[in-house]
Write a protein that binds this ligand. Structure first.
Ligand SMILES: [Fe+2]
Ligand SMILES: [Fe+2]
Length: 272
């Protein structure tokens, strides 16, 4: 089974990159499931029904999120009607929406996509390790789901690596999002779980994590709040993501590679 996870889509530039490159990547890499982290799709802040529709049209099957999930208030009502949009599973009980979704491929196989958020240098949340444990009790790899992909939305690489080792051998892949910078540590852990600390973003990299660089630099230099609301950078975006090939018999990974297309970053497209 071939999975593609695209990192945080930031604003129009990021959405345009997904529309431009995702259909070709799905075809060329024979992708069975495309997961897109859409927490910054709406002008850098959150997601709404219309933009979710645009991302589905481009080929996204599941939309994951993170700390920006509620920035567009309309999503609070909409998420209950659309199980393809995930919010972190370790939000408190009673939060609208769900943190995992079993996506049926239509041929008997199913991919469980799990969205979790780290707690280091982030808002306090329920324990993501315990949250994964509870989900795996319900959907053990192999019987409950053919493959299990975790979007671990977190700031600290230490927490991401610790989480991946915790999950090693029990899920197909742990892929980090949230820092908006792709890391060079794609690997298959000893137990067979594919891991990469951060997928990077789908956005203009002539920016500060996808947002206009002047405003952001000024904020660091002056320590003053900016007069203007930060806006996404609008130059040509790079689609950044991660490709994972999973053995259907074991649910474990055979291969993981970064994906980078377009814009300013050095390109990397896996060859089948
Ligand atoms: Fe983000
Ligand atoms: Fe985030």
């Amino acid at each position: 089974m071939h999975i593609l996870l695209c990192g945080d889509v930031v604003g129009r530039a990021g959405r345009d990159a997904v529309k431009q490159y995702l259909p070709g990547l799905k075809r060329d890499l024979a992708i069975d499931v495309a997961i897109v982290n859409a927490e910054n799709a709406a002008h850098g802040f959150g997601l709404n029904e219309r933009l979710a529709g645009e991302l589905y049209e481009a080929g996204a099957d599941i939309l994951s999120t993170g700390n920006h999930v509620w920035d567009q208030r309309e999503l609070i009502a909409y998420i209950e009607r659309d199980p393809r949009i995930l919010r972190p599973a370790n939000f408190p009980p009673g939060t609208p929406g769900a943190g995992h979704h079993l996506f049926p491929l239509g041929d008997g196989r199913g991919v469980l996509v799990v969205n979790l958020m780290g707690r280091l240098f982030m808002e306090p949340l329920d324990d993501p390790f315990a949250a994964l444990e509870a989900i795996l009790a319900q959907f053990p790899l192999g019987t409950g789901a053919t493959a299990i992909i975790v979007d671990f939305h977190a700031e600290a690489t230490s927490e991401k690596m610790a989480f991946a080792h915790f999950a090693d051998g029990r899920v197909s892949a742990v892929i980090g999002t949230h820092t908006h910078v792709p890391t060079a540590d794609a690997q298959i852990l000893p137990g067979g779980t594919a891991f990469m600390s951060d997928a990077g973003m789908c956005a203009d990299y002539d920016s500060v994590i996808g947002m206009e660089k002047q405003v952001s630099v000024r904020r660091f230099v002056t320590k003053m709040p900016s007069e203007k609301k930060p806006k996404p950078a609008e130059g040509e975006a790079t689609l950044c993501g991660v490709f994972v090939d999973i053995d259907d018999r074991t649910g474990l990974a055979r291969r993981i590679e970064p994906v980078r297309v377009g814009g300013r970053l050095s390109p990397h497209i896996p060859l089948l």
